[in-house]
Write a protein that binds this ligand. Structure first.
Ligand code: ADP
Ligand code: MG
Length: 207
């Protein structure tokens, strides 16, 4: 079972990955956007880290809702409200349970990803974060072992955005010129999914 501390460590692992990869994310966004994706996410996850240092939410749901709220309020770009919605809606779907199963998390994340699709009006194939998130949540199953499968699916989904033409977000303004570049949001989504399995693996090493 996964408790509030697991979710806290997941988000801190994401924050570290975003910090490490911020330059690459911004570089990808400079090709088909406005060169701020790494900056946006670094600001957002710095705020998440600060909030989690100040407060200790007691449940997985409350950890995710707190983090989602930070992303929405601290990030100006499109990715802030979208990732904020992902975490908030996933957190709300988890409810008040003190511990949740991998299967509950899988269902909750599917709800969160559906909320992202609804908010942004995008679907898989539009060259957005959904191209990594949708295959990832589809790959999640009843055990934490499925987190690694989801990670591979997200990585593959992010890579598969390269030949696509963007149909949503700032990159869509480029039309055919968006072809041939990996989507920054799909790339950061793959980091978020990878952090899930990294958090499980880190706990196994500790114990
Ligand atoms: P902005 O585009 O406002 O500068 P960011 O650079 O932080 O925001 O984020 C860009 C990423 O957001 C894109 O690479 C894409 O993955 C994602 N994105 C943009 N618009 C949408 C949308 N409507 N639905 C889903 N994801 C989107
Ligand atoms: Mg941008």
């Amino acid at each position: 079972m996964l408790d509030a501390d697991f979710f806290r460590r997941w988000l801190l692992t994401v924050a570290a990955a975003v910090d490490r990869e911020a330059d690459r994310l911004t570089e990808l966004d400079s090709a088909i956007g406005d060169a701020d994706h790494g900056i946006n996410l670094r600001r957002g996850f710095t705020a998440v880290t600060a909030a989690l240092e100040k407060e200790t939410p007691a449940t997985p749901g409350a950890v995710l809702v707190l983090a989602g709220r930070q992303l929405i309020s601290s990030v100006g770009g499109a990715s802030g409200p979208l990732y904020g919605t992902l975490l908030r809606r996933t957190g709300k779907a988890l409810g008040d349970d003190a511990e949740v199963s991998a299967a509950q998390l899988a269902d909750a994340l599917r709800t969160g990803v559906a909320a992202v699709a609804q908010l942004g009006g995008a679907k898989a194939g539009d060259k957005t974060m959904l191209d990594a998130l949708e295959p990832a949540v589809a790959a999640l199953g009843d055990t934490t072992d499925s987190f690694a499968v989801a990670r591979a699916a997200a990585d593959q989904g992010a890579l598969a955005t390269v030949p696509l033409q963007a149909r949503k977000g700032r990159a869509s303004y480029l039309g055919e010129r968006s072809i041939g570049h990996q989507d920054p949001g799909a790339t950061s989504s793959a980091l978020i999914v990878a952090a899930l399995t990294e958090t499980v693996e880190a706990a196994e090493v500790d114990s």
